[in-house]
Design a protein around this ligand. Structure first.
Ligand SMILES: NC(=O)c1ccc[n+]([C@@H]2O[C@H](COP(=O)([O-])OP(=O)(O)OC[C@H]3O[C@@H](n4cnc5c(N)ncnc54)[C@H](OP(=O)(O)O)[C@@H]3O)[C@@H](O)[C@H]2O)c1
Length: 306
């Protein structure tokens, strides 16, 4: 069995080593143009040339959860695309989102500014009931985030494509329930995949349906958000602010207004990182399961786009 590793802007060597140790019976190598045909590939943003030169591939393992960039390539019919299925990402995402919700709800940024200025100040406690959190996307990451928010007693709403039932979460599904979901939420967390249906879904029309003083946490993809609409809604006082981990252009350009906006917190696409050891163990396990003819999780439906 041949396994090839093809990464853009990321050193493949530790992955080659780790996969080789996990699958001693396989031949694992980093892809170079003209390399021998492989059975499986482990990829991050591979070039079209890679796919064209490897028509015999059975499986393409993407080392992230989002496959929007990969699905833009011309892929042969029958090639199975498999995304990372948690492997330590959901706990990081739960951690990131709960910190952003708590920081906003408890006004920790305002306290930090006061303590920085040497001021001992108190703010009136807010009621959790006034801060329902809406989680858009109830998949591997969104479900874990919703569960984590429940631990802190926030009212939690959830939105997905197909109907879901999650304990303690008021679930909405499909475009016909999007308005009700938004109107029931004050803090909005985006954890949907980027697909033609979800591109630009965070815009003036949708964000202005949040309860007054709404707050956006975007941790999915930059192209979900119409950035100028967000700024206009915050500057107009309709939204309180945002925490953003993903952007239409990454790295975020130095002159972008998000950097210095007082109500926007920016992080560099770091809310849930791929953990190498966990991911290698997952991919190796799936290659072996596939050889035994067993079904595997995380297979992408190219038609659906995630
Ligand atoms: N910032 C970061 O560091 C980072 C890290 C990892 C992932 N991400 C992003 O997070 C996204 C979510 O990851 P995941 O593993 O949770 O994905 P997932 O398991 O595929 O879950 C996606 C969820 O979104 C819902 N959804 C998809 N299209 C929808 C639509 N048109 N309307 C309403 N709901 C829709 C799905 O509904 P159904 O349940 O009905 O299918 C599902 O609940 C990834 O695609 C990636 O872009 C970001």
């Amino acid at each position: 069995m041949n396994i090839t590793v093809c990464f853009d802007k990321l050193d493949p060597a530790p992955w080659v080593q780790g996969l080789q140790a996990a699958l001693p019976q396989a031949r694992v190598s980093a892809w170079t143009p003209g390399a021998a045909a492989a059975d499986h590939a482990v990829v991050w943003a591979p070039p079209q040339r890679f796919v064209d030169e490897q028509p015999g591939l059975q499986t393409l393992f993407n080392i992230g959860a989002g496959v929007d960039a990969l699905l833009k390539l011309r892929l042969p019919a029958g090639l199975q695309v498999v995304r990372i299925d948690d492997a330590g990402m959901s706990v990081q995402m739960a951690e990131y989102v709960t910190q952003a919700v708590i920081r906003h709800f408890r006004e920790f940024d305002a306290y930090a500014a006061d303590t920085q200025a040497g001021r001992w100040s108190y703010r009136k406690p807010r009621s959790r009931a006034d801060f329902p959190v809406g989680v858009m996307g109830l998949g591997v990451l969104g479900a874990r985030v919703a569960q984590a928010l429940r631990v802190f007693d926030y009212p939690v709403n959830g939105y997905s494509r197909s109907p879901k039932a999650l304990e303690g979460v008021r679930c909405f599904a499909g475009p016909e329930q999007l308005g009700d979901f938004l109107q029931a939420s004050r803090i909005l967390v985006n954890l949907m995949p980027l697909t033609p249906e979800t591109e630009n879904i965070l815009n003036r029309a949708t964000l202005s349906q949040l309860r007054p003083g709404g707050y956006l946490i975007n941790v999915a993809r930059g192209h979900h958000l119409v950035e100028e609409d967000l700024i206009a809604l915050i500057d107009g006082g309709q939204l309180a602010g945002a925490t953003l981990d993903v952007f239409r252009q990454e790295p975020l350009p130095a002159e972008h207004p998000f950097w210095h906006h007082p109500n926007i917190t920016v992080t560099p696409h770091t809310s849930a990182r791929t953990l190498r050891e966990e991911s290698i163990a997952q991919i190796a396990g799936k290659i072996l399961a596939r050889q035994r003819g067993e079904p595997i999780r995380g297979v992408v439906d190219a038609q659906r786009g995630y």
